[in-house]
Design a protein around this ligand. Structure first.
Ligand SMILES: CC(C)(COP(=O)(O)OP(=O)(O)OC[C@H]1O[C@@H](n2cnc3c(N)ncnc32)[C@H](O)[C@@H]1OP(=O)(O)O)[C@@H](O)C(=O)NCCC(=O)NCCS
Length: 161
C-alpha cells in the first residue's frame, strides 16, 4: 500500500467518516451503493475507509457482509479526484486479508460488465468471473459475479505491482 494511505475500520459513531462515505456514495454510484444507516446496523456488516495520512476525510470506502463461509463485498468506491492511486486496491486487500483471517472460503461480489475499471481491479486481485446474473441491476442490466477462492492456504495474496 502506498505510504501516504491508511485503511481503517469505519466506526458507526465516527460522524466525519460516515458523512464522508455518504458523500462518496453519492459521487461514485448512479444509485446508492452504500446505504450507511441501514447497512451499518446489519448483522455481520463491516466497512473500511481509506484516507490520506494528511487528511481526515475518506478518499474511499468498502462495505461487506459475511454470508455463511463467504465475504460478500457490496460496495467499493474511490473519490474521483483520488483514483488510480491504489485506494480501492488497499481496501480490497484489507477485506480479503480479513476474510482469510476468518478462514472464509471465498470473497464474492457483483459488478456490471460495463464497469471495466472495477472488473480490471478485481482481476488484478485474482478474482475470476464465476457467473452472470441477467437483470441484476434492472431490466437488461446484467451483473457479473466475481469470486476469489481462499481455500488454498499456500496461495499468496497478490501485491499491487
Ligand atoms: C473502480 C474504482 C473503485 C477503482 O478505484 P481506484 O482507487 O481508482 O483503483 P486503484 O487505484 O486501487 O486501482 C488498482 C488497479 O485496478 C485497475 N483499475 C482501476 N481503475 C481502473 C480503470 N478505470 N481502468 C482500468 N483499470 C483500472 C488497474 O489495474 C489498477 O492498477 P494500476 O493503477 O496500477 O493500473 C473506482 O473507479 C470507483 O470508485 N468507481 C465508481 C464506483 C464503482 O464502480 N465501484 C465498483 C463497483 S461496486
Amino acid at each position: 500500500m502506498p505510504s501516504h494511505l491508511l485503511v481503517e475500520p469505519l466506526a458507526s459513531d465516527d460522524i466525519l467518516a460516515v458523512t464522508g462515505c455518504l458523500i462518496l456514495d453519492a459521487l461514485c454510484f448512479p444509485r446508492p451503493g452504500f446505504v450507511a444507516a441501514r447497512d451499518l446496523t446489519r448483522p455481520g456488516f463491516r466497512a473500511w475507509v481509506c484516507r490520506s495520512t494528511e487528511t481526515p476525510s475518506p478518499w474511499g470506502f468498502l462495505g461487506c457482509t459475511r454470508v455463511r463461509d463467504s465475504l460478500h463485498v457490496s460496495a467499493v468506491a474511490t473519490h474521483p479526484d483520488f483514483r488510480r492511486q491504489g485506494v480501492a486496491f488497499a481496501l480490497m486487500r484489507t477485506a480479503i486479508l480479513q476474510a482469510r483471517h476468518a478462514r472464509l472460503a471465498r470473497v464474492v461480489l457483483e459488478v456490471s460488465p460495463d464497469n471495466e475499471g472495477a472488473v480490471a481491479l478485481y482481476q488484478k486481485l485474482g478474482f475470476t468471473i464465476s457467473n452472470r446474473v441477467p437483470g441484476y441491476y434492472g431490466a437488461g442490466e446484467d451483473a457479473l459475479v466475481m469470486t476469489l477462492p481462499l481455500a488454498q492456504p499456500k496461495t499468496r495474496l497478490k501485491t499491487r505491482s
